[in-house]
Design a protein around this ligand. Structure first.
Ligand code: A3P
Length: 288
């Protein structure tokens, strides 16, 4: 089956061309955030869909009605994708807005806004493996060859959405999310979903009590989300995501990179990581 892998290059970063246009990317840069907006910022494969589900449940006090009837991309649209302007402008009240854009491209639009920003990061070895598998099934991304080749592109930042290092460092810089937003890791959510949900709900000023919390936890577990057609992408046509090549809800684990990386790849990765992250205070959990 043919790929839809045309790209849209914007500020030296390539974006999948079937969902991004120069207009949609520029729209994001000049977006008027409202004080009641919640922004979920992530590098791909870092737990974006999971956070969209958590925030939806928190905002709806654990009631899964919306999560089970409206696809994630419609209730938490990606700011930079071409369908989003209509959805966002038509939404009154609280909006959940997702973005994979790097911080430097959104910083002026966010400046002065009271929108609540949540940044989710995941250990980049698991991101690289998850992203590699995603390239196999997502027809709007270039067909990957070996993991070795993909890892080189990932480390040099030439994959779609750019460099993981720049993304994480940009969003967590002093000017970024650490000052007023919420930084949380995939690993923290995985190890302590209840504690994470409590942190997120209190950050959003929607603390959950009793069944609200229990229901939210149940609905955003990996097994529940894997069965939810509104987040597992099984409703997307095969020409766009081919589930015979792999599932979107693939494994949902910490440390799965161990099953893919060779010793040589670990050495190369660790060298690049130490250089790129030398001035960054963040630490990641690599296995559990
Ligand atoms: P894997 O490919 O490692 O399984 P994103 O939404 O940013 O594209 O991230 C997708 C990754 O998050 C996939 O990782 C997916 O399985 C994982 N994921 C999604 N929902 C999850 C959940 N409820 N619990 C744990 N992992 C989840």
């Amino acid at each position: 089956m043919a790929r839809l892998d045309m790209t849209e290059t914007f500020h030296h970063i390539s974006f999948p061309g079937h969902i991004h246009t120069q207009d949609s990317l520029n729209y994001a840069l000049h977006f008027q955030f409202r004080d009641r907006d919640t922004v979920i910022a992530t590098y791909p494969k870092s737990g974006t869909t999971w956070m969209q589900e958590i925030v939806t449940l928190v905002k709806n006090r654990g009631d899964p009605q919306l999560s089970k009837t409206v696809p994630n991309w419609a209730r938490a649209p990606w700011l930079e994708q071409h369908y989003s302007a209509k959805v966002l402008e038509a939404t009154q009240g609280d909006r959940i807005i997702t973005t994979h854009l790097p911080y430097n491209l959104l910083s002026s639009a966010l400046q002065g806004s009271k929108a609540k920003v949540i940044y989710v990061a995941r250990n980049p070895k698991d991101v690289a493996v998850s992203y590699y598998h995603f390239h196999k099934m997502a027809k709007f991304l270039p067909e990957p060859n070996s993991f070795d080749e993909f890892l080189d592109s990932f480390l040099e930042g030439s994959v779609s959405y750019g460099s993981w290092f720049d993304h994480v460092k940009g969003w967590t810089s002093q000017a970024g999310v650490l000052a007023n937003g919420l930084y949380i890791s995939y690993e923290e959510m995985w190890l302590d979903l209840q504690g994470s949900m409590e942190r997120i709900s209190s950050f959003l000023h929607c603390p959950l009590v009793g069944d609200e919390l229990t229901n939210s936890l149940r609905h955003c577990s990996f097994s529940s989300m894997s069965d939810n057609a509104m987040v597992n992408y099984t409703q997307i046509p095969k020409e766009i995501m081919d589930h015979s090549k792999g599932k979107f809800m693939r494994k949902g684990k910490i440390g799965d990179w161990r099953n893919t990386f060779t010793e040589e790849q670990i050495g190369i990765f660790d060298t690049v990581y130490s250089y790129q992250m030398k001035d960054c205070p963040l630490t990641f959990m690599w296995e559990c």
